[in-house]
Design a protein around this ligand. Structure first.
Ligand code: UDP
Length: 329
């Protein structure tokens, strides 16, 4: 039997690169596609020698061309941190909307099954807790996160339309906060921010009073959830995340303990529309996919800290700071 061939967009990013590893391990032929705005070839350079791995430097918001057969598509191309949305808002909107449309068209042409990466951000600042898939959300379309949240909501609507109108095989995952090796140290998200600060000998910046909550999932658990969802026959959205909820202040205290930093925890203003609470209800994932997270925060944070510790100094101090300006057109 010939090998299955899968396209992974955002393949050089944090989640995309872990997915490339997993599907190569499972014996698939993998095409990683990325425009490298926020992705980094370092995340996948170890795969370049593998005969079943290809890299395509393309922008899925413009046009997607993939010669040959395709069995599956995973659409993981998107900026995914509030700092990135502020720097590249139009690209964030385009990749979730135009990019998704292009990939749905490709899936239809290739008769491929497509899984799109959605997000807990579709719930906005949620008024239902924990978040169940049936909750419609509380999103501010014109706030700083609107470019991401609304693109992802459009993405889900478009994906469902291709499913109902064209009969396309589609899957929608709603991803909650995920962490692990290969997160970008300077992307502004809370975990790389705190660990980076600890490693550089800076104070840890808690936004607001730190009473807002998040629930952090280790990347290997997330990848397992994606793997199972793609092979399932369920087309409605499924939450994947770790329900172990923690306040951001407690999280900062855990990072202080883990890193042994002697720096202080200091307060900074809370960003606009920062969700007050976030915790996935994973009843569906448990019953449909027989999935639940296996890696607890202590284990996952240790692995992630070791990764950040191993980075060269110029990365740690962000000396080659990536400038997005040339993309802002
Ligand atoms: N946060 C913080 N300090 C930082 C970065 C983030 O206190 O240096 C907070 C942020 O306000 C939010 C939480 O940590 O409440 C998670 O932020 P992140 O950007 O990682 O992801 P979000 O879940 O908000 O999309």
């Amino acid at each position: 039997m010939s090998k299955k061939r899968i396209l992974i967009t955002g393949g050089a990013g944090f989640l995309g690169s872990h997915l490339c590893d997993r599907y190569i391990k499972e014996g698939y032929q993998v095409i990683a596609m990325d425009n490298l705005i926020t992705g980094d070839l370092k995340n996948i350079e170890h795969l370049f020698k593998h005969p079943d791995f290809e890299f395509s430097h393309s922008d899925v918001s413009k046009f997607v061309h993939v010669p040959g057969k395709l069995d599956y598509i995973l659409h993981f191309a998107s900026p995914a941190s509030p700092i990135d949305y502020l720097k590249i808002p139009i690209q964030t909107l385009k990749v979730g909307s135009l990019g998704t449309h292009n990939l749905l068209g490709l899936a239809l042409a290739k008769k491929a099954r497509i899984l799109v990466a959605s997000t807990s951000e579709v719930y906005g600042d949620p008024l239902v807790h924990p978040q169940i898939e049936e909750y419609y959300g509380n999103v501010d379309p014109v706030g700083p996160r609107g470019v991401y949240d609304e693109a992802k909501r459009f993405q889900e609507a478009m994906t469902m339309a291709y499913h109902t109108f064209h009969g396309l095989e589609t899957r929608i995952i709603r991803i909650f906060n995920t962490y692990g090796p290969r997160m970008r140290l300077n992307d502004g998200r809370v975990l790389p921010a705190f660990i980076g600060q600890a490693l550089r000998g800076e104070d840890l910046t808690v936004f607001g009073d730190g009473s807002q909550t998040r629930s952090f999932c280790y990347v290997d658990d997330l990848v397992e959830g994606i793997y199972r969802l793609l092979l399932s026959d369920y087309h409605l959205p499924v939450n994947i995340g770790n329900p172990d909820e923690i306040t951001i202040l407690q999280f900062a205290e855990e990072i202080v303990k883990l890193t042994g930093t002697t720096q202080k925890i200091i307060r900074k203003p809370l960003p606009i529309n920062d969700p007050k609470q976030r915790q996935p209800d994973i009843t569906k994932a448990k019953s449909i996919l027989k999935w639940e997270p296996k890696v607890n925060r202590a284990e996952g944070l240790k692995i992630t800290y070791d990764y950040f510790k191993s980075l060269p100094e110029d990365v740690l101090f962000d000396r080659n700071h990536k400038n997005f300006e040339h993309y802002i057109k």
